[in-house]
Design a protein around this ligand. Sequence first.
Ligand SMILES: *Cc1c(COP(=O)(O)O)cnc(C)c1O
Length: 340
Amino acid sequence: MKKDIDWKNVGFSYLQTDKRYVSNYKDGAWDEGELTSDSNVVLNECACVLQYCQECFEGLKAYTTKDGKIVTFRPELNAARMMDSAERLYMPQFPKERFIDALDQLVKANVDYVPPYGSGATLYIRPYMFGSNPVIGVKPATEFQFRMFCTPVGPYYKGGINPLSICVSDFDRAAPHGTGNVKAGLNYAMSLYAVMDAHNRGFDENMYLDAATRTKVEESGGANFIFVTKDDKVITPKSDSILPSVTRRSIMHVAKEYLGLEVEEREVYLDEVKDFAECGMCGTAAVISPIGKIDDHGKEILFPSGMDHMGPVIQKLYDTLTGIQMGEIKSPEGWIHVIE
Ligand SMILES: *Cc1c(COP(=O)(O)O)cnc(C)c1O
């Protein structure tokens, strides 16, 4: 039986569910893994993750489709990205098949928390991994824990799909040749001051620039940018220090193959942003959040789509992507993983 939750009004916050998946790595191997009811992680005071932040994570969602199936969206891309993150942070990789198996077990065990079709809510799934044994001299851990939990969520931004106002940040998110392209908690730790600073000045998010020249658009704290030109071309910034968003890669495919639009992944200069017709931030949590206004040190960039609604192209991308995820529109081969 579904939990007694006011699905239409769930926010983006943690609600404890019944089960989570845990697997431990020791002596060079992952154990079998299991579901547990224990939501607490107990660690030694000197655990590597607590001292040196050896941690990476993922984020994906489970949806109830129109015909009542429970599905996840391209989960093997999350599994693969987590393997890349683990490698960069000198952690053992959690195999792709095991990731998918853990996901299936987790969602099945918490099926009563999967929001119903049409509610606007989804089940957010958070896989993560960290160095768990004590380490005081700086070196990688030798023992690790992989966990996956889930929580029902509503829209990431309170306005739902109302356009956001963001600002160009004076802080950098990622350095060239750093860790900006992997999904690690450490990239977020150093963005917290910057995002609170933006909030305190009345903005929803930051637009980060490339650290080397501060002339090119990178991404926001947790979402990639897409832009639409006045002649309906969809453009997304190319950089080695932004996170390869599954949502963004999917949107670019949808733009080209479903909507017949021209798409381009290339360097985007801050100077040219004022000439675009629409702008959005995309990620699993944000889906596509439209941006109405960008503040560049007091100079405002106002998109023609305004502050009241999404621009027409972003709206079409949003409708097509969410339609695919909810089973209303036929998906490309292999994008939808049904939890049996
Ligand atoms: C997770 C994340 C994104 C969005 O990626 P998705 O795969 O679409 O969820 C974008 N930027 C950063 C920094 C992220 O951590």
